[in-house]
Structure formats: structure tokens, C-alpha cells
Design a protein around this ligand. Structure first.
Ligand SMILES: Cc1cc2nc3c(=O)[nH]c(=O)nc-3n(C[C@H](O)[C@H](O)[C@H](O)COP(=O)(O)O)c2cc1C
Length: 207
């Protein structure tokens, strides 16, 4: 097989070699989901482990996005902070969506979703698309890119096509190949930390 240009040699393995390596690889590589006995090994302080885990995870400060998709003429949006960049080449992003949400029932491999990174003045939109406030007030405006809605005036916008979906416990993970990306360099991003919204304090970068 010809060598693929630009690919580091460790990725250029023949399938048989990969199979052999997985068999002897580090713990967890090539293995399935943990069984019930392993799940009980969660070590965490406090009487309410689920709450303590949520609070601990909340120490990870994030931005806030609205995930959007369009079914017929209807736009559906859902607030999400579980968004991450995965790869530049190919361009990939990942979102984690609660399986009980309407959004989860609308996404599948081949479908497109929009990701709008909210700005500090779009906090109400975050509450609205998290189902925290009843519909009302001015309707949010969307731009359509590749037939996919993105929130007008947001700090950054992506359109991605679901390349793969994965089991993620009570969430589903949707790996998307980015087809469109743009940002407003003057926007200030809305932050989320410890269950509260935040703003970049001074805009100053740490030395
Ligand atoms: C700041 C914030 C971040 C959130 N992040 C996520 C997330 O990453 N994934 C998720 O499934 N739900 C997340 N939620 C909750 C959903 O927005 C909420 O369950 C929403 O009502 C689901 O909408 P749907 O069922 O209409 O699709 C978040 C809520 C807030 C306020």
C-alpha cells in the first residue's frame, strides 16, 4: 500500500498490525463499556454522588452553544456546553446530547447540525433553548447555511454533518465533519462555570 502523504508513521499501520497491537495495548484500548462492577468504583466525596459529580464537572469552565437543526420548516434549538473541537484535518467537532432530549431524536448519521457559540448578550437565548423560560419575547433570528439554521449575532457559527454517532451512557455523542465555520472577532463569549453564567473579567490575557 502506498504511504499516505503527511500521515505520521504510527498511523500508517496495516489492519493486521492494529489488531495485534490492540490485543496487547494499554488497558481500555479496544475494550467495551465498563461492566456494572467497575461502575461502582466511582470514588467521590459527599452523600449524593450524582450531585457531587455534576458539581465537580462544573469546575470545567466552558462557553455556551445552541445546537440547531431543521426538520421541514421547523427549526429546533438546544442549549449545550458539551461541545469540543476534535480534529483540524479532517475538520471534526463533537457534541454530547442527552438521550431524553428532542434534539437527540432528530440527529443521526448524515444529518447536519448547527453550532452557534453564544455572546454575552445572548444569555436569554441560552435559557430559552434550555427550556428554562416559556416561549415569549422576540423570536430568535436564524441564518440558513447549507439548509441548516445558525443563530444570528452569535460569536461563532459552525455547520457540521454527523459522520458518526456513539453511545455515551445517558448521552449520545455526535461527531460532525465541519462544512462551514465563521466567527466575529469582536464578540465576547458567554461563559458557563459552576452552574452560573459568566463573562471574561477584563479580556486581559494571562502573561
Ligand atoms: C448552560 C447549559 C448547558 C447545557 N448543555 C447541555 C449539553 O451539553 N447537552 C445536553 O444534552 N443538554 C444540555 N443542556 C440542557 C438542555 O439545553 C435542555 O435539556 C433542553 O431543554 C433540551 O431541549 P430539547 O429536549 O427541546 O431538545 C444544557 C443546559 C444549559 C442551561
Amino acid at each position: 500500500m502506498p504511504e499516505s502523504p503527511g500521515k505520521p508513521p504510527e498511523f500508517d499501520l496495516k489492519l493486521a498490525e492494529v489488531a495485534a497491537w490492540v490485543g496487547t495495548g494499554p488497558d481500555g484500548i479496544g475494550q467495551g463499556v465498563p461492566d456494572a462492577a467497575e461502575e461502582e468504583l466511582l470514588e467521590i466525596e459527599g452523600d449524593d454522588p450524582a450531585r457531587a459529580l455534576r458539581q465537580t464537572l462544573g469546575m470545567f469552565a466552558t462557553g455556551v452553544t445552541v445546537i440547531t437543526t431543521k426538520v421541514g420548516d421547523e427549526v429546533h434549538g438546544m442549549t449545550a456546553n458539551a461541545f469540543m473541537s476534535v480534529s483540524l484535518e479532517p475538520p471534526l467537532v463533537l457534541i454530547s446530547v442527552d438521550r431524553r432530549t428532542k434534539m437527540c431524536s432528530l440527529l443521526y448519521e448524515g444529518r447536519r447540525y448547527g453550532v452557534s457559540v453564544l455572546a454575552t448578550d445572548q444569555r436569554e437565548l441560552s435559557d430559552r433553548f434550555a427550556g428554562r423560560v416559556a416561549d415569549g419575547g422576540a423570536a430568535p433570528a436564524f441564518d440558513l447555511v447549507h439548509e441548516t439554521p445558525v443563530v444570528d449575532g452569535s460569536a461563532a457559527q459552525f455547520v457540521a454533518k454527523v459522520a458518526k454517532s456513539y453511545w455515551g451512557g445517558d448521552h449520545s455523542l455526535f461527531l460532525g465533519r465541519v462544512e462551514y465555520a465563521c466567527y466575529d472577532e469582536n464578540a465576547r463569549p458567554l461563559l458557563f462555570h459552576g452552574g452560573q453564567y459568566g463573562d471574561l473579567a477584563s479580556g486581559a490575557e494571562l502573561a
